[in-house]
Design a protein around this ligand. Structure first.
Ligand code: PRT
Ligand code: MG
Length: 217
């Protein structure tokens, strides 16, 4: 049995064509079903639904053999205490694309604050990425860890800036925030458990190859 870990929403949706290329069809719609383990048309493949942030943990510790996770999630996971030992990342799937950026309230002069060497209060879910980005720039920051709705932080005075994912930019615009710096481009990667790669070598290799053939341009 091969267990594939996916998160609901964009990753699940954008992984479906890759699964199709491997001859795999998920038999239930995660938006309708309450099941956390979804059967597929193949007796030897099942999908487990986990939070996006939990995908690397499941795969690393063998709760799943293979999974799909955003580069944002993988970098933060590697920066956490348990690191990424045992996680093999063979493919950039080029799906769920977006960028990690710094954004501020339209009336906050980010360039001037940086130039003056002011301490900037930055709210984010991505503390490892933010810490490294500002350290590399030599900008002093106080990081405020949040678990969601980062956009609210500058509007309420909790922070001067946020580090968050942006795709269309509509969320920033709706909250009168402006993107002032791109930190990195983000896409989702395939992650594979190292032990599974040895124990289930042939079926996993076939699956990885099929995924590779179907990566969108
Ligand atoms: O949403 P939930 O709390 O359940 O979990 P999650 O946010 O961890 O998962 P999900 O499914 O939202 O995101 C999974 C992965 O998709 C992320 O880890 C990214 O790698 C990738 N991805 C791609 C995105 C986006 N694009 C994206 N736009 N993840 C989140 N967003 C959010 C962003 O945080 C912001 O709030 O969408 C909003 C901005 O979108 P625009 O289009 O208005 O700019
Ligand atoms: Mg989300």
């Amino acid at each position: 049995m091969i267990t594939l870990a996916l998160s609901k929403g964009r990753i699940f949706e954008e992984t479906l064509p890759l699964l199709a290329a491997a001859g795999i069809q998920v038999l239930e719609d995660p938006e309708k079903s309450r099941k956390l383990i979804l059967p597929t048309n193949r007796d030897d493949v099942r999908v487990v639904l986990v939070r996006a942030t939990d995908v690397p943990t499941y795969v690393q510790h063998g709760g799943a053999d293979i999974g799909v996770a955003g580069k944002d999630i993988l970098i933060e996971h590697a920066g956490s205490q348990d690191g990424s030992d045992g996680l093999y990342q063979p493919l950039d799937l080029n799906i769920a694309k977006c960028r990690m950026s710094v954004a501020v309230r339209a009336d906050f002069d980010y360039a001037a604050a940086v130039k003056q060497g002011a301490r900037i209060r930055v709210a984010t879910k991505y503390t490892s990425i933010a810490r490294e980005h500002f350290a590399n720039k030599g900008v002093h920051v106080d990081l405020i860890k949040l678990y969601g709705s980062m956009e609210l932080a500058p509007l309420t005075g909790l922070a001067d800036a946020i580090v968050d994912l942006v795709s269309t930019g509509n969320t920033l615009k709706a909250n009168k925030l402006v993107e002032v710096e791109e930190i990195m481009q983000i896409s989702s990667r395939l992650v594979v458990n190292q032990a599974s790669l040895k124990l289930k070598r042939e079926p996993l290799r076939a699956m990885i190859q099929a995924f590779e053939s179907a990566i969108p341009a």
